[in-house]
Design a protein around this ligand. Structure first.
Ligand code: SAH
Ligand code: SF4
Length: 389
């Protein structure tokens, strides 16, 4: 055991095995896990109920560290966004969205993304690399305890939990980084860690069909599917993965998933693109797809006003169009929400999350660029989304 192990990388079973290697009993792993994930401890000396000999061993062989925070912005409405350094010039973002009765954390699973959806700037950067378990769960670990520190709330199970919901809707395609994502999910659900219910944790996917099936077996949390188009020809152009897993297969996969899911519906995300996918006809096609197709799917729709970025060449549908589109779906009996925007005084939004940061000085440049974009594209640019109930 010469390497230093980051304990954030280990799931409960691995932590038990790790403690075993150190000659410790399994209950020590549970204690350690609670210190890490319930008290946010990173200093072994603070773990007072562990024997000094174990603390000493841990100090030599292990560490507890999340990706370093490059920047930290809080919007006037409380939305808070961290830019995190994941090495080699890559950065990812984590966003906390507070609401009256809950706090949602939107986390990233990859630096960049290989799916390359036409309307997504993360995709436009290409794929850099998968995040490790520690880098994924580290976002929740960092955010929960940082939020508590800011508010003066004590760590541990007695202190009021700040993050009640997690959505994997940041950078990257979670199901293309499957194992680390699932390990991180299991930690989120574990009673000796964050103890979130499966209904309060959502994976969003662009439709990696075989991995949806795998997720339904290994860790069936709530599912959101980025559908964005009402027919294959259109979706092929927006979400290239559609050529591999077309809509009929995607709908069938959603139905299969629902047999195991903690909720009895799938949330379909639909990015509203002016003149591209937002006509009445598209809405009617969607109804046929999800209600009258060979594989009807119990679902809700979440319409996301497109967050523009210059290279996309796409525009956001206007509000009247989004409402009319929503109305057609609702008239067919489909629960439909329009994603509200939050945190518009800090720069963050679906599909605009930061990519590579070659060096830290560029963060400032990027922030400035975002401000320019806001001037150019109106105050809606860079707004953060609110996730529906
Ligand atoms: N890769 C996963 C999860 C991350 S993206 C997925 O695609 O589902 C989270 C959501 O933001 C997806 O629904 C995605 O389609 C949407 N999105 C991406 N770019 C966007 C943009 N520019 N404007 C609005 N929504 C966008
Ligand atoms: Fe990747 Fe999701 Fe962006 Fe598509 S929308 S490029 S799958 S992060």
């Amino acid at each position: 055991m010469t390497e230093i192990t980051n304990l954030l990388d280990l799931d409960p079973a691995q932590l038990i095995a790790y403690c075993g290697e150190l000659g410790e009993k399994p209950f020590r792993a549970k204690q350690l896990q609670r210190w890490i994930h319930q008290f946010g401890a990173s200093d072994f000396d603070s773990m007072t109920d562990l024997a000094k000999s174990l603390r000493d061993k841990l100090k030599t062989h292990a560490r507890i560290s999340a990706p370093a925070v490059i920047s930290d912005h809080t919007s006037s409405d409380g939305t808070r966004k961290w830019l995190l350094d994941v090495g080699q010039g890559n950065a990812v973002e984590t966003v906390f969205i507070p609401e009256e009765n809950r706090g949602t954390l939107c986390i990233s699973t990859q630096a960049g993304c290989a799916v390359n959806c036409r309307f997504c700037s993360t995709g436009k950067q290409g794929f850099n690399r998968n995040l490790s378990v520690g880098e994924i769960i580290g976002q929740l670990w960092m955010a929960e305890f940082e939020l508590r520190r800011t508010k003066g709330i004590e760590p541990g199970p007695k202190g009021e939990r700040q993050i009640t919901n997690v959505v994997m809707m940041g950078m990257g395609e979670p199901l293309l980084n499957f194992e680390p994502t699932v390990t991180a999910l299991k930690l989120m659900l574990d009673d000796n860690a964050y103890g979130l219910s499966r209904r309060r944790v959502t994976v969003s996917t662009s439709g990696v069909v075989p991995m949806m099936d795998k997720l339904s077996q290994e860790c069936p949390v709530a599912l959101a599917v980025s559908v964005h188009a009402s027919n294959d020809a259109l979706r092929d152009g927006l979400v290239p993965l559609n050529k591999k897993y077309p809509l009929s297969e995607l709908m069938a996969a959603c139905r299969r998933y629902l047999e195991f899911a903690p909720r009895d519906f799938v949330t379909f995300e639909y990015c509203m693109l002016d003149g591209v996918n937002d006509t009445d006809e598209h809405a009617r096609q969607l109804i046929d797809l999800v209600l009258h197709g060979p594989e009807p799917v119990p679902c809700k729709f979440n319409l996301i006003p497109f967050n523009p970025f210059p290279e996309s060449g796409l525009k956001r549908s206007n509000n009247a169009r989004i409402k009319a589109f929503a109305q057609i779906l609702m008239d067919a009996g489909i629960v439909t929400t329009i994603r509200k925007t939050r945190g518009d005084d800090i720069d963050a939004a679906c599909g605009q999350l930061a990519g590579e940061v070659q060096d830290r000085t560029r963060v400032q440049e990027r922030m400035q660029k975002m401000a320019e974009y806001q001037k150019k594209f109106g105050e809606n640019f860079g707004r953060i989304v609110e996730v529906p109930r």
